[in-house]
Design a protein around this ligand. Structure first.
Ligand SMILES: Cc1cc2nc3c(=O)[nH]c(=O)nc-3n(C[C@H](O)[C@H](O)[C@H](O)COP(=O)(O)O)c2cc1C
Ligand code: SF4
Ligand code: SF4
Length: 263
């Protein structure tokens, strides 16, 4: 049995690509999807008896994805365990690590080591160019060598504690949008089901009327991660502004994103 378990949350594949590359360097098992775990009977079965637990995730709205927050909050914790975090981001992190440290500290453990790696952006307008993607992937490789070296020796660091008030303000400001975000599906929809597959919240379904397959519809569990927007092969999903970058990590497939059992 390995001593390390790595959990990940990923909307456009960057964090999964980073988690896989890190696991390979650490000779650890394939990383486990947080949304994939949450549909299992025991989401935490992988962490019994391990010494180190890692979290790899995107900075979203200056904090950690809400689904990861809930996952860590309910997670059984080993007071003497080693906990590490790797955030991927495109512009700026904020209090992502402090948030995790607080969740772990409430149970008597702590976040021992944290690092972040700048990746391709998936908010705003304009797709990242191939040159940008190659540059960031190469920077990721260098950073992951450093992270793997530190984690394998259970090193600790004084991770960046950014402005907590700023992070909290952004979180509050955007929380309403997270809950009320509206998506439109246009006539280019091919009803392929990829949006259903990549949604971490199982929030999308494709209804049928008789033998006719209808356009995807959403329920009220949206995490506003924008995975459905980014992975749609027909660019058919958008929000009313329609000003969306469309990007997903070239090394990851939609099938791999939220797997219940990694292959
Ligand atoms: C809804 C949303 C919010 C985001 N918020 C931030 C942010 O506050 N700061 C930042 O640097 N990047 C932000 N990003 C960019 C992602 O952190 C970055 O692209 C990350 O690598 C995506 O990882 P993933 O592909 O694993 O989801 C955001 C992305 C999304 C989709
Ligand atoms: S991914 Fe796009 S094309 Fe496929 S079903 Fe969803 S909206 Fe339609
Ligand atoms: S419906 Fe919401 S939670 Fe699901 S993929 Fe789209 S943005 Fe993410």
């Amino acid at each position: 049995m390995s001593d390390i378990v790595i959990y990940y949350f990923s909307a456009t594949g960057n964090s999964l690509a980073a988690a896989r590359a890190l696991a390979e360097r650490l000779d650890a098992p394939l990383p486990i999807s947080v949304p994939g775990s949450l549909v299992n009977d025991d989401p935490y079965s992988a962490i019994t008896q391990v010494k180190a637990v890692g979290f790899v995730f995107p900075v979203q709205r200056a904090t950690i994805p809400e689904m990861l927050r809930g996952f860590i909050k309910a997670m059984p914790v080993n007071r003497h365990g080693y906990y590490f975090a790797l955030a991927t981001y495109s512009l700026f992190g904020s209090n992502v690590f402090e948030d995790i440290d607080e969740l772990l500290s409430a149970k008597g453990a702590m976040l021992n080591y944290a690092a972040s790696v700048r990746m391709m952006g998936n908010v705003g307008v304009g797709e990242p160019s191939d040159a940008t993607i190659q540059r960031r992937l190469s920077q990721m490789d260098t950073k992951l060598d450093e992270v793997a070296g530190a984690v394998s020796y259970h090193q600790e660091n004084y991770f960046p504690r950014a402005n907590k008030l700023l992070g909290e303000a952004v979180r509050r400001f955007t929380e309403n949008r997270r809950r009320t975000i509206v998506f439109r599906v246009d006539k280019h929809c091919k009803k392929c089901g990829i949006c259903v597959q990549v949604c971490p919240a199982q929030n999308i379904r494709i209804p049928k009327k008789g033998s006719t397959i209808l356009a995807p519809v959403r329920s009220d569990k949206c995490e506003a991660c924008l995975a459905c927007v980014h992975w749609c092969p027909a660019s058919a999903v958008g929000t009313p502004t329609r000003l969306h970058t469309r990007y997903h990590n070239p090394m990851i497939s939609p099938q791999q994103l939220n797997q219940t059992v990694p292959d």
